[in-house]
Design a protein around this ligand. Structure first.
Ligand SMILES: *[C@@H]1O[C@H](CO)[C@@H](O)[C@H](O)[C@H]1NC(C)=O
Ligand SMILES: *[C@@H]1O[C@H](CO)[C@@H](O)[C@H](O)[C@H]1NC(C)=O
Length: 332
């Protein structure tokens, strides 16, 4: 009986690792580890998540805008709605080729609805930096180039424009999702820049089938079960590798149209006060943080304080000819 049990256990174990290697080594992880590839650092690949057909218009304009930025190597639209007819996507692709100039824009229909798919390390990515963004945010060229410049000097850090926080609720004795005015530990995928390495780490772990890789499988399963929080998990992955928190960058002109997949969510909603939907959204995000923490057995998220700004304007007022003017408008 004991022997039988032992065998049973053994078979379970090998099944487990077989499933693991099938899942990781097929698909996205077949791509060479970015560490072993020559990736260029002077340009960046933009990955935009698209899902809603009613927003293709907006997506087209956002993709063309990114493609026109000088530092952009290529733009990849990752289309996540698997039921959208191929014809629509071909049309979108043709329209983009026809009306856009600058970097190449490709439309890629995802083969799975899994939110994890947006982080697949794709062979078509030939840059060391990737910008991950949603189809609902428009960013001006100057802010984009500035964020990329900051990444260039902090290549292991995550850079972004939208910040949130984890926190520990002392009363409930549990991790929660929150917003603080003076600190942050999570950047949203509305827009973030990170090292291509992290796509591989997120999707494949180290690729060796180690204990940590098994944990990555469990963590990605949490994302699939919750149908949410892939962005939070990426923050966990990056924070586990670096000793400092993410870097929030100041943007000059941001236009946030609100996430269509997240109509129930907090992000993009402009109303004041905590509606019940927003509360539900926060609760779910808190559940993710707790689950991730449980799988990892530790909390890798780290707080950052402050924001990196592009230029420091003179804020003092000086008297000039009897009038108060900004001091830097005065000839000094
Ligand atoms: C996804 O595609 C299907 C099929 O075209 C469509 O009916 C549905 O509205 C799409 N979902 C969104 C959010 O656009
Ligand atoms: C492509 O462009 C045509 C003409 O401007 C427009 O009618 C159509 O809706 C566009 N289709 C997509 C999918 O972008």
């Amino acid at each position: 009986m004991r022997i039988f049990f032992f065998f049973f256990f053994f078979i379970l174990l090998s099944l487990n690792s077989l499933v693991f290697s099938l899942r990781t080594l097929s698909g996205p992880c077949k791509t060479l580890n970015p560490n072993q590839r020559a990736l260029r650092s002077d340009q960046i690949t933009v990955l935009i998540n698209g899902f809603s057909e009613s927003r293709i218009h907006l997506l087209r304009s956002i993709a063309s805008t990114y493609a026109s930025f000088p530092s952009v190597d290529s733009v990849l639209i990752l289309w996540g709605n698997t039921t959208t007819p191929l014809k629509t996507l071909t049309e979108l692709s043709n329209n983009l080729t026809f009306y856009s100039f600058g970097a190449q824009i490709s439309v890629l229909r995802q083969s799975t609805q899994s939110l994890n798919a947006r982080f697949f390390p794709r062979p078509s990515i030939t840059t060391r930096a990737v910008a991950i963004c949603d189809d609902d945010v428009e960013i001006d060229r100057e802010s984009f180039e500035f964020a990329f410049k900051i990444w260039s000097t902090h290549q292991e850090s995550m850079i972004g424009f939208f910040a949130r926080s984890h926190d520990f609720d002392l009363l409930k004795k549990s991790w929660i999702y929150s917003v603080h005015y003076d600190k942050y530990s999570i950047l949203l995928t509305k827009f973030m820049i990170l090292n291509t390495n992290y796509l591989y780490k997120y999707s494949c772990g180290s690729g060796s089938g180690s204990d940590n890789d098994m944990k990555m499988v469990k963590l990605r399963n949490v994302v699939d079960e919750m149908m949410n929080c892939e962005d939070i998990l990426m923050n966990f992955v990056v924070s586990s590798e670096v000793s400092s928190g993410p870097i929030l960058v100041d943007a000059k002109k941001l236009r946030d149209h609100g996430d269509s997949r997240n109509q129930n969510g907090e992000e993009g909603e402009r109303d004041v006060g905590l509606s019940s939907r927003r509360r539900e959204h926060r609760k779910r995000r808190g559940d993710c943080i707790r689950e991730f923490h449980k799988v990892l057995g530790r909390m890798p998220l780290k707080y950052s304080y402050g924001k990196v700004v592009n230029s420091v304007g003179e804020q003092g007022l000086c008297e000039k000819g009897g009038k108060l003017v900004l001091c830097d408008e005065q000839d000094l």
